[in-house]
Design a protein around this ligand. Structure first.
Ligand SMILES: [Zn+2]
Length: 211
């Protein structure tokens, strides 16, 4: 004789779309003559129906379902975290490289000579920007403040470059526009890599799609 437990295990397996250990004929014969197992079958079918699954279809047990959802969120999160990590690494490299460029640019100014106080003050500004960029590579949270300074500098240098070009005054130095511009690009890139994800994540939460 088969036990109720064996029959009910076989019924659960059948509802879950898995292969039962007992032969279907034996299970059906037992259920037709056993009120306990028929009640179990009715409960199981009602449960699987309340979960919105047709009893004829294969049905994953609820604990497997939640595990699959968690794995999906986890994968999405890991993919997002890796993308952010790469974006941040590239941004910090660019900021570090631009800091070196500003130092070299300051050194070149000093070596080129010229009026002592003017060169000294211009070179110190360049060293200051190099320091600020190096600082943001280390602490990206500080980017907005530095962005404001470099953005203002860029606006002014472009303004002066245009004026010099229009009036035909002095020599147009490409570096005076390019260096601040590339610094701006590095700052914006790193800021987006650092903070852009938070904005996107908040939007996804509002959208409420787990995956
Ligand atoms: Zn039974």
């Amino acid at each position: 004789m088969v036990s109720h437990e064996e029959v009910q295990a076989a019924l659960s397996a059948r509802i879950d779309g898995e292969k039962a250990e007992l032969d279907d004929a034996i299970v059906d014969a037992h259920v037709s003559g056993c009120a306990v197992c028929r009640a179990f079958l009715d409960r199981s079918l009602a449960l699987s129906e309340s979960l919105g699954v047709d009893s004829d279809d294969a049905m994953a047990p609820p604990q497997d379902l939640s595990a699959a959802i968690l794995a999906g969120v986890d994968n999405e999160w890991r993919r997002f975290a890796r993308r952010r990590e790469i974006g941040m690494a590239v941004g910090r490299l660019m900021l570090g490289a631009m800091a070196v460029v500003w130092v070299l640019w300051a050194v070149r100014l000093i070596l080129s000579g010229g009026e002592e106080p003017v060169v000294a003050s211009a070179a110190s500004v360049r060293f200051g920007v190099a320091l600020a960029l190096g600082f943001t590579a280390w602490r990206p949270q500080q980017i907005p403040g530095v962005l404001l300074i470099v953005g203002t500098m860029f606006t002014f240098t472009v303004g002066f470059a245009v004026r010099d070009f229009v009036l035909g005054m002095g020599q147009f130095e490409a570096a005076s526009v390019l260096v601040p511009l590339l610094s701006l690009v590095a700052l914006v890139w790193t800021w987006v890599a650092d903070r852009g994800g938070a904005v996107r994540r908040a939007w996804q939460l509002l959208d409420a799609r787990p995956y």
